[in-house]
Design a protein around this ligand. Structure first.
Ligand code: HEC
Length: 132
């Protein structure tokens, strides 16, 4: 799957994350995601979820949202697309591939196989977290 193909066209996103640019960035420096085709990425976590994402022992609560913005290069300012994971109930997660405005989705849903195929094997299922 080539996430950089996720452009702005698409269906209305069920979760509006249009304010994602204001979310704290969890990674110190943009890195190439080996899970996401070595796309350059930044991980942004909703302000109220940042501490939970950083703490490997914390269990995300419903409302927890983390997204990865993908870029063609290490310095590009315009992302090619966003991938989002959100915890929507005590047990359920929601996945989406969004355009850069965070309002339109090219793919979204609960337990999307294209996402869970990897993320169900993540150390803090479904969260991989950043490399130490
Ligand atoms: C081939 C395996 C693979 C697939 C498929 C995959 N991911 Fe990931 N994802 C990863 C890995 C590994 C990371 C951790 C960053 C890294 O090192 O690449 C990650 C990180 C993330 C993050 C940052 C949060 C975290 O886990 O720490 C989000 C958000 C994310 N992926 C969303 C998605 C969505 C949405 C899909 C489906 C459209 C998806 N991913 C499909 C492997 C995958």
């Amino acid at each position: 799957m080539v996430y950089s193909e996720a452009r702005d066209e698409g269906i209305v996103a069920e979760l509006d994350v249009a304010d994602w640019r204001t979310w704290p960035r969890a990674n110190p420096k943009r890195f190439q995601s080996k899970g996401h085709g070595y796309l350059w990425v930044d991980v942004h976590v909703a302000p109220d979820a940042a501490a939970t994402y950083a703490d490997r022992d914390a269990v995300p609560a419903p409302g927890f949202r983390v997204l990865m913005a993908g870029y063609d290069t290490a310095t590009a300012t315009k992302p090619t697309g966003l991938t989002l994971m959100a915890k929507v109930s005590a047990t359920d997660w929601f996945y989406a591939v969004l355009g850069q405005d965070g309002k339109k989705a090219t793919l979204q849903g609960a337990a999307l196989p294209v996402c869970t195929g990897c993320h169900q094997h993540a150390p803090r299922t479904p969260i991989f977290g950043l490399a130490p």
